[in-house]
Design a protein around this ligand. Structure first.
Ligand code: BTN
Length: 599
């Protein structure tokens, strides 16, 4: 954990087997960004002078010191935002549904129809002085079984079906703490807290000191973080107190998804509300901010914010559109901090943002389409309102499972790209890399498109894409792109590229759906940019494909020279041809030796 925290603000982290109270220990020396974690507390403290108990080794007892907002009028929001950060951390490390009881009890859901139960308690103690800080103490029930919990209305992440490690949870909490601290001088996260606060809208009783209590409906959280009750004497704010949800039994924490229920809701407003709901589940926040709010919270000028936003590929929002959330603030801070820390110049950071935006956009559409086809039970689904909603919900519920896979694949692919780059480096500096590149295209595709129904065309495109990716990767090549009727692939050796070419021709012969193919290949330097490849070698391969006979492979001199060393293939000189924009070349036709002996 300490290695993973080394590059963050949390450079002073101590983990102990046992202490009295982690909050008390840190209050004795409350330097900002200190963290203390204990496996067991012997005198854990709770809110309102209560105690906090948990057996050793099954939960998290953590305290962290954060600088308070510069503006004291924001201090009332600090315990609430700390609660919101813990909620967010639990969401990012598990798939447990959580909510907050004002001010900051974290409630979790054991399953549809079950009551909310408390999974974490938070105690925030502020100091005075010139640089005031808050010691934020979190007690989170992680692995507890039912009989290890002190009261009936408590739960643990384990009882809610999660098996996240305590280390991952601690890291997620500390990351969220650092994120909220960056913005808590401004009210940017206040609405996100309100959205998580299950107390709002409820009939409550607030128990005050000296046995007094007040009842009412919780209608808002005001600018000082106080809960506002609508009571018989009007709207009354309360800064301290113990909230009791009067009808807790009537507020089950989760409803099962009811796909059928979606059918009746199809007005434009309903659709917008549905999309908004899913988007806040995806992003972890509802839309609460305007463009200018995002820039201000991230300390980035509106122009810079706009440029990064566009590079990531998101539509230009109008000034008054409330379409952003703190997730956008975080993303903007992430990308600009890379530039501010001198790790990348701005042009490169913008380029990277563009690369990520474009690749993930394609990936998102592709994934949603696949899930939709699966939900419909058909390979190519026709879309109606109900299918759209059910598929959207299914995709969102998968996102936490898919996200780690994305990181893993990205890291792996960066590794592959590095090993290719190192292998491509030569003693002399040069532009471009040597590759054998090939285009394989489907013969008579245009006529075919005219004959096929949309559904059959979609099936053909999908089958071609899957078959091309399989064969190219089977032989160690790379698919550069597929465009409808054509795949462009590359390989570091001509031998590998030739195997791909024949693999594709044979697969097309065997497949009822896919028409014949033809392949053109050339070897030489190519320039790799923006995930594509360019240059004369690519142009040569493209023109050779256009003149190849159906079911044949036509190659340039360089590929033919390599093929001559391969016993399985024979290269025969073909008629010289004039290629538009390239000039006269003498192509070679490649055949398998086994096919020739059969003739
Ligand atoms: C409550 O719900 O009353 C708040 C409980 C807070 C417990 C945590 S455990 C870590 C830190 N150290 C303490 O002594 N208390 C907090």
């Amino acid at each position: 954990m300490q290695r993973r925290l080394a590059s963050t603000a949390w450079h002073d982290t101590l983990v102990l087997d046992e202490v009295g109270s982690t909050n008390e220990e840190l209050l004795a020396d409350p330097r900002p960004w200190r963290v203390l974690i204990a496996d067991h507390q012997t005198a854990g403290r709770g809110r309102l002078d209560r105690t906090w108990e948990a057996p050793a080794g099954v939960g998290i007892a953590l305290s962290a010191v954060l600088p308070l907002p510069d503006d004291p009028s924001r201090w009332g929001w600090v315990p609430l935002l700390v609660g919101r950060a813990v909620a967010q951390a639990v969401r990012s490390a598990t798939r447990v549904k959580v909510g907050l009881k004002w001010p900051n009890d974290l409630l979790a859901c054991e399953g549809p129809g079950k009551p909310w139960r408390k999974v974490a308690g938070i105690l925030c103690s502020a100091t005075g002085g010139e640089h005031p800080v808050v010691v934020a103490g979190i007690g989170l029930n992680v692995h507890q079984t039912r009989d290890q919990l002190p009261v009936d209305h408590a739960t643990s992440l384990r009882l809610c079906g999660a098996d996240a490690s305590r280390e991952d949870l601690v890291l997620a909490i500390l990351e969220e703490f650092a994120d909220i601290e960056r913005v808590w001088d401004e009210p940017v996260l206040d609405d996100a807290y309100r959205a998580d606060c299950v107390t709002l809208g409820q009939e409550v009783r607030i128990e005050l000191s000296e046995g007094e209590a007040e009842g009412g409906t919780a209608v808002d959280i005001d600018s000082m973080g106080r809960i506002v009750l609508q009571t018989s004497r009007g709207r009354v704010p309360h800064a301290v107190g113990d909230v009791v949800h009067v009808r807790a039994d009537q507020m089950p924490c989760g409803e099962a998804d009811r796909p059928g229920a979606a059918r009746s809701r199809s007005s434009a407003t309903d659709r917008a509300a549905f999309v908004d709901e899913l988007e806040s589940r995806l992003m972890g926040y509802p839309r609460t901010l305007r463009r200018a709010d995002v820039g201000a919270a991230a300390h980035v000028s509106p122009d810079d914010a706009q440029r990064f936003w566009r590079a990531l590929g998101f539509a230009n929002a109008r000034d008054d559109d409330v379409v952003f959330s703190p997730a956008d603030v975080k993303a903007l801070q992430r990308v600009t901090s890379i530039v501010d820390d001198g790790l990348l110049d701005e042009r490169t950071a913008l380029g990277l943002a563009r690369a990520i935006g474009r690749s993930t956009d394609r990936m998102a559409m592709w994934s949603l389409q696949l899930v939709t086809d699966m939900v419909s039970g058909e390979r190519i689904a026709g879309l109606d309102d109900n299918l759209a909603r059910v598929s959207a919900q299914r995709t969102v519920s998968l996102i936490d499972r898919l996200e780690p896979l994305l990181t893993y694949v990205f890291r792996r692919n960066v590794g592959v790209a590095i090993s290719r780059m190192v292998a491509d480096s030569e003693p002399e500096s040069h532009i471009g890399v040597v590759r054998t590149v090939g285009f394989a295209d489907l013969v008579s595709y245009t006529q075919l498109v005219r004959r096929l129904s949309e559904r059959d065309l979609a099936a053909l495109v999908l089958r071609f894409e899957a078959l091309a990716s399989d064969i190219v990767s089977l032989h160690g090549g790379a698919v550069v792109k597929t465009v409808g009727d054509e795949v462009l692939f590359s390989h570091t050796t001509s031998e590998g590229a030739i195997d791909i070419a024949f693999g594709l021709l044979e697969a097309a012969e065997r497949d009822d759906l896919i028409p014949q193919m033809r392949v053109g290949m050339a070897a030489g330097r190519v320039l790799a940019r923006l995930g594509d490849i360019y240059g004369n070698t690519v142009n040569r391969a493209s023109r050779l494909t256009a003149v190849a006979q159906p079911g044949h492979v036509l190659v340039d001199d360089a590929v033919a020279a390599q093929a001559k060393d391969l016993p399985d293939y024979v290269a025969t000189a073909a008629e010289p041809i004039e290629l538009h924009g390239i000039g006269r070349i003498e192509p070679w036709m490649l055949r398998r030796s086994s096919d020739i002996s059969r003739e």
